[in-house]
Design a protein around this ligand. Structure first.
Ligand SMILES: [Zn+2]
Length: 341
């Protein structure tokens, strides 16, 4: 059987999706106000015409805010936008999604309780779906006092259920200074937070430093490791899971072309791979589309199912949820009557 024939039946997971706060708010408000949402297809066409593929184009992600973010201060809208993202994933066959958010979001009073409200709303229709939240630490070396205060907030939120941390930094395409990030990572790991970092999206830079970070078990992208056997060995040796976002790689042109995507080489080298949407509204993708693209690169149904198993194993969620999901995957997902945790 061809992968595409049974793609819909493969349970899916997405470990790397940004909250796209103002973009989801726009979708919700557009529907309520009876207007068209922001035209992301036109934005992508404009960007592709104005900027060459690669780093320059990539830097424009998140540059358009179709509605002011303050409109999302309202609790009901806050829950609604997280629920919309989760619902999009559930409708595309996801059983699990991790949503990464900026500092001002996760340190908001009662954040995890609002996040769980959104999850509960979606689970009323899609009982399989589970979701967790991650905080993004940006430029850990720039303003130590501010970063420490943010780290304190994340560690407090960990006590309420925040699942993990994602590191973003500059420079991204050449080696960054990881010293301040390692220091923070030690604190986060001690607080029980899962750790991932963006690296290896546009070059091989920062992959080795990320892989050696205290407590890190995953890397966002990391695809350029395929060009270097020593990096592949390092990832396998340390059991690092990669969060691969094919549409994102394709649109931003971080590779010569999609057909040459190193996904099959990473799998062949024994690297644990998962699939991700990254920025689904801006890039117009779904997790189902990402699985379909992987099938297009020659991945079999069994390999696609492995990507989901890899994701659950590497998930920043509780052991109870993890074993429940792995049990459901082993059962083929046929028994929807079993209690869900
Ligand atoms: Zn990302």
């Amino acid at each position: 059987m061809k992968a595409s024939d049974s793609l819909a039946s493969v349970p899916k997971a997405d470990l790397h999706v940004h909250q796209e706060a103002t973009r989801y708010l726009d979708l919700i408000l557009a529907e309520r106000e009876g207007r068209e949402p922001y035209d992301w297809a036109a934005w992508r066409r404009r960007l592709a015409a104005e900027l060459p593929p690669g780093k320059e184009r990539l830097q424009r992600i998140g540059s358009v805010q179709p509605v002011p973010l303050e409109r999302g201060d309202d609790d009901e809208l806050f829950v609604a936008r997280f629920a919309a993202l989760m619902r999009d994933h559930a409708a595309a066959g996801a059983w699990y999604v991790e949503i990464r958010c900026g500092g001002e979001v996760v340190t908001r009073d009662g954040f995890m309780s609002l996040f769980r409200q959104a999850e509960q709303q979606v689970r009323a229709d899609y009982p399989r779906l589970r979701a967790e939240a991650l905080a993004i630490v940006i430029h850990a070396g720039q303003d130590p006092d501010r970063v420490d205060a943010f780290a304190d907030g994340c560690i407090r939120a960990a006590g309420e259920g925040l699942a993990g941390i994602d590191f973003l930094y500059a420079p991204y395409d050449t080696e960054a200074d990881w010293t301040p990030m390692y220091r923070l990572a030690e604190r986060f790991a001690e607080a029980g937070l899962g750790i991932t970092a963006h690296a290896g999206e546009v070059s091989t830079a920062n992959i080795a430093a990320a892989a050696r970070m205290p407590g890190l078990t995953r890397i966002g992208h990391g695809i350029h490791a395929a060009a270097d056997p020593a990096l592949l060995h390092l990832l396998v040796d340390r059991g690092v899971t990669l969060e691969c976002a094919l549409t994102c790689n394709d649109y931003f042109g971080v590779l010569p072309d999609l057909e040459q995507h190193p996904l099959p080489r990473l799998v062949e080298a024994g690297v644990a791979v998962t699939l991700a949407t990254d920025n689904p509204v801006q890039l117009s993708t779904t997790i189902e589309q990402e699985y379909a693209m992987a099938a297009g690169l020659g991945m079999s149904v069994e390999q696609l199912a492995d990507f989901t198993r890899n994701a659950i194993r590497a998930a920043f969620t509780s052991d109870e949820r993890k074993s429940a999901m792995l049990g459901e995957l082993a059962g083929g997902g046929a028994d929807c009557s079993s209690p869900v945790s």
